[in-house]
Design a protein around this ligand. Sequence first.
Ligand code: CMC
Length: 462
Amino acid sequence: MAKTQTESGAAGAAAATLEKPDTKASAAGAAAPALDITDSRTGKAYSVPIMAEGVVGDTTIRAMDLRKIKTAPDEFGLMTYDPAFMNTASCKSAITYIDGDNGILRYRGYPIEQLAENATFLEVAWLLRHGELPNKDEYKQWVRDVTYHTYVHENIKSFLQGFRYDAHPMSMLCSTVAALSSFYPEAKNIADPEQRNISIIRLLAKVPTLAAFAYRHVKGLPFIYPDNNLSYVENFLSMVARMSESQYAGNPVFVKALEVLFILHADHEQNCSTNAVRAVGSSHVDPFSAVAAGIAALFGPLHGGANEQVLRMINEIGHVKNVPAFIESVKGGSGRLMGFGHRVYKSYDPRAKIVKKLAYEVFEQVGMDKDLEIALELERIALSDDYFVSRKLYPNVDFYTGLIYRSMAFPTDFFTVLFAVARTAGWLSQWEEMLNDKEQKIARPRQIYVGPGERAYKSRIK
Ligand code: CMC
């Protein structure tokens, strides 16, 4: 192997970026880990420190170290090209851990299976934000705070009336959450921990109210105000479903199922919508606007919109006998098997396992969903088909959630709203972590310009 030489100038600067040496390695006489690069354009050699960070020692290099690699002092320097952030860590985070190869998901170290089995959603929301499970007093205060901020300004109601009867509830949710920023202008003081705290409480408290109001608007039903005597999940169901009864009493199986689904959806590290919240929040805009950006990102069919698409796909398939032909059409390139595949999970999504089990529990209560048979057959064939196996495409969280939501009588276009209610907890934790991270600045990627060179203006309309 070529001996690494440290040059003066650019290469020297690169060498100067070496992190403090790994003490264990130094004691043993070994050099701190580094990536040795020789630039064939100049013949210069560089040593770029390799950081082994995090609990599992993920290895990374700092992209900025590459900027020292240049052919002339006034050149910009080497960039990395990574469309869709396929191999770029944009932050250090202590919130959620995913091991996509082994199907592991943990919030703050706690396995998702244990949280889904034992915790409440608000307990998890606290955990995500604070890093530890709340004690009794903290939990009591937290539940009280969130419960007592569930009401929204009455003007929101007239604002919602402006939407057409068939408006998508995600559009309504996105707009009303963004509108909240105008009701709480002090929320822009994001450097003030108290303002951050009250904004986080307000968002967690009011997003379910706005979501339920969106539902009632589409149905042409009167809005139901929050009931502070109910739990977070039961109150949400009450605002969605209550009619003339004086107090709503949720079906305990549904309440439990929704609590679990909210926990499963609460965070998922740097997914598209969380990345949107962090990127928009990095401009130091208020959190209502940043969360509205997350809702917009979640709306897309490749992200939170997938659960809605799964049911549409199942409807289109129509009968279990049509499944093989449908699988063939997907393999032939006409569309995707919705609810399958994931950027990070290259094995069975651990959330999908829990959701599948939950689906059986709910169906025991309300009767088997007619489309479960189609879903199971799709899964069976896909998991034994080389197209899906070789691409490591397994069911993701969205594959079975839609069936549960439908059996609970939620309309299809409301599924993503349910996802958004839960993910608000994760977005806010990630947003605050980003603000407290001294290394973070306004998110501003580079580009490779591929347009025309300079040219003189010559009108084409005169
Ligand atoms: N059905 C059929 N083929 C697929 C699918 C699918 N669902 N997903 C990926 N592929 C194929 C894709 O065509 C490609 O094949 P080839 O190498 O021959 O070109 C290969 O698998 C790799 O796909 P990719 O698009 O490079 O993978 P990605 O990591 O960019 O996409 C994904 C991840 C989730 C967007 C994608 O798997 C997908 O579109 N799935 C369906 C939508 C869905 O269920 N989304 C929910 C994701 S989980 C919850 C959430 O994030 O909100």
